[in-house]
Design a protein around this ligand. Structure first.
Ligand code: NAD
Ligand code: ZN
Length: 359
């Protein structure tokens, strides 16, 4: 068995108070092997994607608070370098390359876990929210929930599949659509959205990408979107979507915008029997929709929260086969604050991946 040398301290991006700024520490402690509990493992990270959820956690703009002090991050890929003593039946071993997703752990025995809704387990641990996440060189995670990364996909290409990919993969899977159907993707140029364009194409759906700016337009069309609508330029979103879909409206919408405006009018542009998948997480907004038309049109409104272990496997396998590719730029961990600024301003097309080996 390989033995890894594990340092006592490491580089980590720490937030000390809600709404506070990220501070890069170079002497943050690494958990020693002897201090790992049964079921825990230590993963030496190659990289981590930065998700808009990390920005919500850092800003403290959700109805539920994150732990403090907090190390954010939940799209990590790295190597298992230690496993807690007395861990039984571990599905991973030392040296395995694994991914860390938002759902770091769950009990696997409660009704929600048994039904495959592991993310709704009462004992769920959330990476970068209720437990420290992947914006550090070494992260403590859980053998039962880390995702084995198939060979052939580089770590930086795999990272953002762990949250952005898994989340939109599951949402599209539950969108009650069939090959040939029209799906509207508000937020299509962002981290989740640009992967939604591709997972939708894998399922044979026709995609109407909705976002703003020349970069995001180019990206969405390059990734296979059939149509593009700039939400800042259009004067009639509903009219445009109806015109594209032959007058009837779209079969589904998967909303991944971080603001409530992405949800506006979705019930109006869906055709009868259509499905609205709620994914983007503005903290204080209400879903504004006509009850009358939701009923008369038989519209389904479904919330979709990340994915379980199986969703993660399926999403990463599709990416490893090259059918979905994360569009990303790499930056060092020390630039996380700038990444958050870019995200706030809506400037990032696709994703930023933080490379732990970069200074
Ligand atoms: P992002 O910032 O990369 O992308 C959001 C995109 O939405 C941006 O491109 C932005 O221009 C676009 N947008 C904003 N307003 C819009 C509008 N009115 N119409 C169309 N597009 C609009 O963010 P991300 O990392 O993709 O995350 C998006 C949201 O999803 C966040 O709120 C995040 O917390 C949430 N999220 C939810 C889950 C889940 O399990 N449901 C998982 C991960 C992230
Ligand atoms: Zn995320």
């Amino acid at each position: 068995m390989t033995n890894y040398t594990i340092p006592a301290t490491q580089k980590a991006a720490v937030i000390s108070k809600a709404g506070g700024t990220v501070e890069i520490k170079t002497d943050h402690p690494v958990r020693a092997q002897k201090d790992l509990l049964p079921g825990e493992c230590l993963v030496k990270l190659d990289c981590s994607g930065a998700c808009h959820t990390d920005l919500h956690a850092a800003a403290g703009d959700w109805p539920i608070p994150a732990k403090l002090p907090l190390i954010g991050g939940h799209e990590g890929v790295g190597t298992v370098v230690a496993i807690g003593d007395n861990t039984t039946n571990s599905p991973v071993k030392l040296g395995d390359r694994v991914g860390i997703k938002w759902l770091a752990d769950s009990c696997l025995n409660c009704e929600q876990c048994r039904k495959g809704r592991e993310q709704n387990c009462d004992q769920a641990k959330l990476s970068g929210f209720t437990v420290d996440g992947t914006f550090q060189e070494y992260v403590v995670s859980y053998v039962n929930h880390v995702t084995l990364i198939p060979e052939g996909i580089p770590s930086d290409e795999a990272a953002s599949v762990l949250c952005a990919g898994v989340t939109v993969y599951r949402a599209i899977k539950h969108s009650q659509t069939e090959a040939g159907d029209w799906i509207v993707l508000p937020g299509a140029g962002g981290g989740l959205g640009h992967l939604a364009v591709q997972y939708a194409r894998v399922r044979g759906l026709r995609v109407i990408a909705v976002d703003t700016g020349a970069d995001k337009k180019e990206l969405c069309l390059k990734l296979g979107a059939d149509k593009w609508i700039d939400f800042k330029e259009t004067k009639d979103l509903v009219g445009e979507i109806k015109a594209i879909t032959g007058g009837a409206g779209a079969h589904s919408a998967v909303v991944t915008s971080a603001s409530a405006t992405g949800y506006t009018q979705a019930v109006d542009y869906l055709r009868p029997g259509g499905t609205l998948m709620a994914v983007g997480l503005p903290g204080d907004a209400k879903l504004e929709a006509s009850i009358f038309w939701t009923v008369l049109k038989n519209v389904s409104v479904i919330g979709s929260y990340v994915g379980n272990r199986q969703d993660a496997r399926e999403a990463i396998d599709i990416a490893a086969r090259g059918q979905v590719k994360v569009h990303f730029a790499t930056r060092p961990l020390s630039e996380l604050k700038d990444v958050y600024e870019g995200m706030k301003e809506g400037k990032i097309a696709g994703r930023i991946v933080l490379d732990m080996s970069k200074q």
